[in-house]
Design a protein around this ligand. Structure first.
Ligand SMILES: [Zn+2]
Length: 119
């Protein structure tokens, strides 16, 4: 796995054990992961999750309208549509940005939904 120095952009084949960049001599806990393929495949997976959530929330919305639901949870669930569509567009944009890719942080691979409830 390649890594990228956050200070000077130096790309190393693996994380230096000292966490010190051999080029600019900066010490950093924040080395970026430099692996477009794994980043892109994770983003494609997030797009599938988002499409799934969008589909389920739309079906749920249709059901709620058809059944004239008074279930607050059912209506609240529909709100998941909003972060899903934002995340979908954001993932698409990131996938189009290979030429601007400069490495990513580990937390970029977490899916937003799993942030709810501290999972
Ligand atoms: Zn450096």
């Amino acid at each position: 796995m390649k890594v990228r120095c956050p200070s000077c952009g130096y790309i190393a084949d693996k994380l230096p054990p000292s966490l010190r960049c051999p080029k600019c001599d900066d010490f950093s806990h924040d080395w970026l992961i430099y692996d477009w393929e794994s980043f892109a495949s994770m983003k494609r997976r997030h797009i599938r999750y988002n499409l799934f959530i969008i589909g389920v929330t739309l079906i749920n919305l249709l059901l709620a309208i058809t059944l004239e639901s008074t279930d607050a949870f059912q209506w609240l669930f529909t709100l998941l549509f909003i972060p899903a569509i934002i995340s979908l567009f954001y993932c698409r944009k990131q996938l189009d940005g290979e030429s601007e890719y400069e490495g990513h942080r580990g937390r970029a691979l977490f899916f937003w939904l799993f942030g709810f409830g501290g999972v």
